[in-house]
Design a protein around this ligand. Structure first.
Ligand code: HEC
Length: 165
């Protein structure tokens, strides 16, 4: 009887290890996770980038910045961001309608995810973009396409946005 219980416990443990090992491999494969539920996070600020602005080609449209709880705390305190902080750059098209600028379809969802060890080449931040409303990855060179520009913000842990009251 005791033997059988031990065997069952062992089997459960082994299964756990096996599944656990798999889960690690899964997350490593695509370093930066799709930020499930980010629309319920805190809105930090918004901006419209129009024709004529130097960033129009890549980031033209209306974008909203969101922060998860960890990131928000650090941002408000003006402290470096702890591992697990996530910041979002939610970029939508901006359409002119009846003398108003309104949101169009989503262009790209930009994500910064802090993990000092994993992303040490890019200031401790993992950079990724997800195309439109999909979870299809858009960034193949996070250093060249993202970090080189964010690097200028070293004094604020590579983050541009400040929380607007
Ligand atoms: C040429 C400069 C430049 C490049 C390249 C760039 N960004 Fe940014 N990024 C900015 C600026 C400026 C802001 C602040 C926008 C604002 O204040 O609303 C920003 C903001 C962000 C934010 C919100 C946090 C913060 O720093 O304010 C995220 C997330 C982000 N970018 C992700 C990315 C990703 C992912 C890439 C690569 C695909 C990228 N960025 C490439 C200039 C850049």
């Amino acid at each position: 009887m005791v033997k059988r219980i031990l065997a069952t416990v062992l089997a459960v443990l082994m299964t756990g290890l096996f599944l656990g090992g798999n889960a690690v491999a899964e997350t490593d494969k695509g370093a930066v996770k799709y930020p499930e539920g980010y629309r319920d996070w805190t809105h930090v600020k918004s901006m419209v980038i129009q024709k004529g602005h130097p960033l129009y080609e890549s980031f033209g449209g209306i974008h909203h910045i969101y922060a998860n709880d960890k990131a928000l705390k650090a941002m408000k305190a003006g402290k470096p961001f702890p591992d697990g902080s996530v910041l979002i750059f939610d970029l939508l098209e901006a359409k002119s309608e009846n003398n108003a600028l309104v949101e169009g379809p989503r262009k790209v969802l930009g994500v910064m995810q802090k993990n000092a060890k994993k992303f040490k080449e890019t200031g401790g931040w993992g950079f990724e973009g997800f195309k439109g409303d999909t979870q299809e990855r858009a960034v193949s060179d996070p250093k060249g396409a993202c970090f080189n520009c964010h690097e200028g913000q070293k004094g604020s842990d590579y983050v541009f946005s400040k929380y607007r009251k």
